[in-house]
Design a protein around this ligand. Structure first.
Ligand SMILES: Nc1ncnc2c1ncn2[C@@H]1O[C@H](COP(=O)(O)OP(=O)(O)OP(=O)(O)O)[C@@H](O)[C@H]1O
Length: 272
């Protein structure tokens, strides 16, 4: 577990983050510009091994762009990320093997059934036919859709498709899983199932980066939360540390959790 990033910072300032040697992720001065628009601005943070790290921020904060740089889909304009000590820009193939990504947009072959989808993605990672079969069945049990394994994915609800996407992200047994707003457009039953799966993965030691603009999700799941706005992390710590920070900054009593801290730091609401 990381030490608090912030105890009582001046608004908008972030203290230096401690390095403990046990980091799964070490993002170093990431910058991403699209044309003249700088959407990620000198972003540095670490994620300890085994942690569920929440990246919480409103639409357009730069969360997906950050994930896309961390997993090698997007090249940073400058900066780099070490995943388990290895550079994503210098050793992309090695690093990608350690990473699973559940993207914001569901990415499945909808004409195929779940077993076929898992088999296909398993083959991309070079798993043998036997490994693909065993791993696919295990994962379909894990996501609670084994009984539907032969139905075309196009018949599934958004939540079920998201669970299959999660199974696909896990096919090669990554040690670091990134989930980009996995509950958007998902029914309550699938949402609960996704939370249970994340908690189980954590007990198995998987390190998780979870982006969301729902503060309740970050509060429930994450042992470390970084609040992001306009391409920068503006506060970071455990939930307790962030709530303590809110209380220190508080001028009037308002019983809101991280929303209130976000308003204090930015003058905006989280769901702008
Ligand atoms: N390929 C691109 N070209 C130009 N601008 C982009 C591109 N990708 C993202 N952006 C812009 O970068 C900013 C950050 O977008 P990003 O998707 O990273 O934010 P986000 O925090 O994930 O938001 P959301 O919750 O809406 O997905 C937005 O203003 C977006 O329009």
């Amino acid at each position: 577990m990381q030490e608090p990033l912030l105890t009582k910072p001046p608004k908008g300032e972030v203290a230096a983050e401690p390095k403990d040697g046990g980091n799964m992720v070490d993002a170093q001065h990431l910058v991403k510009t699209f044309g003249k628009l700088e959407v990620v601005k000198d972003l540095s943070f670490t994620i300890s091994k085994g942690e569920i790290f929440g990246l919480l921020g409103p639409n357009g904060a730069g969360k997906s762009t950050t994930i896309n740089m961390l997993c090698g889909y997007l090249e940073p304009t400058s900066g780099d990320t070490l995943i388990n000590g290895q550079s994503i820009t210098r050793e992309p193939r090695k690093v990608k093997r350690m990473i699973g990504v559940v993207p914001q947009e569901i990415a499945l072959y909808t004409e195929l059934n779940s077993l076929e989808n898992l088999d296909f993605f398993g083959s991309i990672y070079g798993l043998s036919a036997q490994e693909r079969k065993e791993r696919s069945e295990e994962l379909l049990h894990f996501v609670g859709l084994y009984d539907r394994r032969k139905d075309p994915v196009k018949k599934f609800s958004g939540g079920m498709q998201r669970r299959i996407n999660m199974a696909i992200a896990l096919i090669h047994q990554p040690t670091f899983l990134m989930l980009d707003e996995p509950t958007v457009g998902v029914d309550p039953q699938s949402r609960e199932r996704i939370f249970d799966m994340i908690e189980q993965l954590r007990t198995q030691g998987t390190t998780i980066l979870y982006t969301t603009h729902y503060m309740e999700e970050a509060e429930r799941l994450c042992n470390h939360i970084a609040i992001m706005d306009e391409g920068q992390i503006i506060a970071s710590g455990t939930l307790e540390q962030l709530l303590a920070l809110r209380d220190q900054n508080r001028e009037v009593q308002r019983p809101h959790g991280l929303q209130e801290l976000f308003i204090q730091l930015t003058g905006k609401t989280l769901r702008d």
